[in-house]
Design a protein around this ligand. Structure first.
Ligand code: ADP
Ligand code: ZN
Ligand code: ZN
Length: 740
């Protein structure tokens, strides 16, 4: 009898698959895509079967048999399985870790694929017929529960009942009376989502109609779309109506949103429109809830799946449409471990599934704009704000000509005062939390430095008792600020620069009677804090809003008519070649908060570089013109999207080790024939030391993907074989989003 071998993906950092003997007693053999338990050293691990073969390249005597097969069917549909294998190759990441990232933790720990069934409460026959106008009126909770359950003949699961305020004691009381019963129902293997609408869709305006029709026409085949529409132009309404058409075909829609965008309000908007089950996947859910949502998507019970980055790996019984909202958002790129980009994987997945994918943004990434320009994506434009609101006016304030009051120019303060006087709200944006980024000795020029990073810790003031502390945002180290200058002993230590806390203080002093809301990571740590803040802002009259990105993204503030960005230059001249793009996106996002139908908004930008070409283009002609110019610059430098990058990172506690290691890689690469690929470095990372480790970079660049991929495929095994590879932490970042 021929021997068969299982090829497995195991959760291991090694870039390889592992062969095991398929024992004869494992009959039928495990399905490809199913889990098996195997011995691994002295451990026992769960692996995913990638293939079964009669060949192995490993010496038979070294192979061990698999212990146990867990599944009778593949965990993932074939298209998703293939996506993961493709991604492991594309991102040069160990396939075992790719599957590990993609699967819910409980499945990785051996939990059954399908749930054993669920407990449901339903009415008995007596409960159906029982008169509701008798004695039961004296038990209002029981009356309410019975009324609800009578409307749901199939019964309801406890979490849904709890959501309506119906708790277990009430149900037990009704059970005692013989009016309700609890039953265990095994869910069917394939379920059909409910399709009906809960509320009527809006009447689309022309541009929306064109967009929705285009997407609907392409349902059932692969087609990427870029929906480019300013904030408030009605992109979400386009999503909703495209989803409605998808559900009507009996298919499911997968919606990816940025981390900061997945708020209860977002989900509420979907729930208000559709009757179908909506599975929500984000990091705030516990593992049990995640698995249940995953199962609901896989079985087809959930018609809509909304989630952050990792939701791209959710299996769908009947995939119909993928939507990526705010497709330019940085949170779609994973920054450690398996460094995938969820937007890029969404396009690839749509191709494998044979369905359309809709990327939406008010400020599309240059990558997506280039793809639209090249005809790979179909461009759908929404140029008008939907509810009739006008796009805000932009105005640059040249700081070189201004007398400054602690970060605020005179014209800015005057405009703020005038806006408040009109009973309107003002949003002040500064992309730095804390009080000040620098603590400086006024005598000798000494500055506080983090002990573990090449960075300055931010000065924070604790809300209670006004205590101060220095907090490094890169490694988390905290310490009280020194009383005396460690260098000269002077006591004249001063904060320099602006953070949200300092802006709050300045504005409170300037406008003592006006309510002020600060929105940043520190002010929103408490659960529901952000939600409460939004609510209070909505309810307030004239008010000042001070905040970071948190304030700029997602939520709309109808009473804000003036938005001010205190420091545009800091972002514009960052070390990264993407800095201007990100700054432009941020400026427009902040601008998107301002203005409404009857009151157009004004956006004031403080800068010392008013003649900066990209900034002027953005302010004068808007994002498309800015993007065109920025794209031309990228083309000249052969940077993405014109060229392609791979960043090799290395870090170690010993200072010279990372650079030496990357030099060894360069030497290894020289033995491979790849004249098209350019190498930059090795160089120390922009922040050479972080959290006590020294870091270095080696950047590979090529105008085509092909040679770059080929080089990597040949190079990585050589790198893994380097003796030094075990003494440094190193990683490969394909299509890096951030070069720091
Ligand atoms: P975006 O997602 O592009 O920021 P939204 O879809 O949230 O825009 O729309 C902005 C506002 O305009 C919302 O209040 C929405 O209800 C409204 N709106 C969108 N489309 C229409 C329409 N066709 N008719 C009337 N109001 C609309
Ligand atoms: Zn000093
Ligand atoms: Zn630090």
């Amino acid at each position: 009898m021929t021997r068969h071998y299982l090829q497995l993906a195991l959760p291991s950092p090694l870039r390889q698959t592992f062969d095991y003997i398929l024992p004869a007693r494992m009959d039928p053999p495990p399905p490809v895509g199913g889990r098996v338990r195997v011995p691994f050293g002295r451990q026992s691990l769960l692996g995913i079967v990638l293939g079964i073969s009669t060949h192995t390249t490993i010496d038979e005597s070294r192979l061990r048999p698999a212990d146990e097969s867990l599944d009778t069917e593949a965990l993932l549909p074939d298209s998703l399985f293939r996506l993961l294998c493709w991604a492991a190759d594309y991102y040069q990441h160990p396939v075992g870790e790719v599957f590990d990232t993609a699967l819910p933790v409980l499945l990785r720990q051996g939990e059954a694929l399908a749930s054993a069934g669920e407990l449901r409460w339903r009415t008995t026959r007596l409960g159906q017929l029982f008169p509701l106008d008798g004695n039961i009126r004296r038990a209002p909770k029981q009356l309410a529960a019975l009324t609800v359950l009578r409307e749901h003949a199939d019964g309801m699961i406890p979490p849904l009942l709890a959501g309506l305020g119906i708790e277990r004691p009430t149900l037990l009381a009704l059970e005692k009376k013989g009016l309700v019963e609890s039953v265990h129902i095994a869910p069917p293997a394939r379920e059909q989502a409910v399709q009906s609408l809960r509320e009527a869709p809006l009447a689309l305006h022309d541009e929306q109609q064109v967009a929705v029709s285009a997407v609907i026409d392409s349902l059932g085949s692969f087609q990427p779309f870029l929906l480019f529409g300013v904030t408030g132009s009605g992109k979400t309404e386009v999503y909703l109506q495209a989803i409605a058409a998808t559900l009507a075909r009996g298919e499911q829609a997968l919606v990816l949103v940025p981390e900061i965008g997945l708020t209860p309000q977002t989900v509420a908007r979907f729930r208000a429109r559709f009757m179908t089950d909506i599975a929500v996947l984000h990091s705030g859910r516990n593992e049990r809830e995640r698995l249940e949502a995953w199962r609901a998507a896989r079985s087809g019970r959930a018609g809509i799946i909304i989630g952050t980055r990792s939701a791209i790996f959710t299996p769908l019984a009947r995939p119909g449409l993928i939507i990526v909202d705010e497709e330019h958002d940085l949170s779609f790129k994973q920054h450690e471990g398996f460094r995938y980009h969820a937007r890029d994987l969404a396009v690839r997945r749509a191709q494998l599934e044979g369905i359309p994918v809709l990327l939406g943004s008010a400020t599309p990434s240059l990558e997506s704009l280039a793809n639209a320009g090249a005809g790979r994506y179909r461009l759908l434009r929404l140029k008008e704000r939907a509810a009739g609101a006008r796009t805000p006016d932009f105005h640059l304030i040249d700081l070189r000509a201004q007398k400054m009051r602690e970060g605020f120019s005179e014209p800015l303060l005057k405009t703020i005062a005038a806006t408040l006087k009109k009973n309107e709200q003002v949003l002040v944006f500064i992309n730095r939390r804390g009080f000040a980024p620098v603590l400086l000795c006024h005598e000798c020029g000494w500055q506080a430095h983090c002990q573990r990073c090449d960075a300055r810790p931010t000065l924070h003031r604790q809300a209670d008792a006004g205590r101060w502390r220095l907090h490094c945002h890169h490694c988390g180290t905290e310490s009280p600020p020194p009383r005396h200058c460690p260098s000269c002993g002077a006591t004249d230590l001063r904060p320099v620069g602006l953070g949200t806390e300092r802006v709050e203080e300045l504005l409170r002093a300037e406008f003592p009677k006006v309510p002020l809301f600060r929105v940043d990571r520190d002010s929103t740590r408490r659960k529901n804090a952000l939600h409460d803040l939004y609510h209070d802002i909505q309810a307030a009259g004239p008010a000042l809003l001070v905040g970071t990105q948190m304030l700029a993204k997602g939520h709309h503030f109808p009473k804000v008519t003036l938005a001010a960005l205190l420091d545009v230059d800091g972002g514009l001249f960052g070390a990264d070649f993407r800095a201007p793009e990100h700054m432009a996106q941020l400026i427009l996002q902040v601008a998107g908060r301002a203005g409404r139908a009857d009151k157009p908004g004004l956006v004031l930008l403080q800068t010392r570089q008013p003649e900066h070409e990209l900034l002027r283009e953005l302010v004068r002609s808007g994002y498309p013109a800015f993007a065109e110019r920025a794209l031309a610059e990228r083309r000249q430098l052969n940077f993405p999207p014109a060229g392609h990058l791979v960043l090799l990172r290395a870090e170690a506690t010993k200072a010279e080790l990372p650079t030496e290691f990357l030099h060894a890689i360069t030497t290894a690469a020289a033995t491979l024939d790849c004249p098209e690929v350019q190498r930059w470095g090795p160089v120390p990372a922009p922040m050479e030391r972080r959290a006590g480790r020294f870091r270095a970079h080696l950047l590979l660049q090529c105008s085509q993907r092909g040679p770059l991929r080929e080089l990597l495929t040949n190079l990585i095994p050589l790198v893994e074989a380097l003796p030094m590879a075990r003494r440094v932490r190193w990683s490969v970042d394909v299509d890096p989003q951030d070069l720091s």
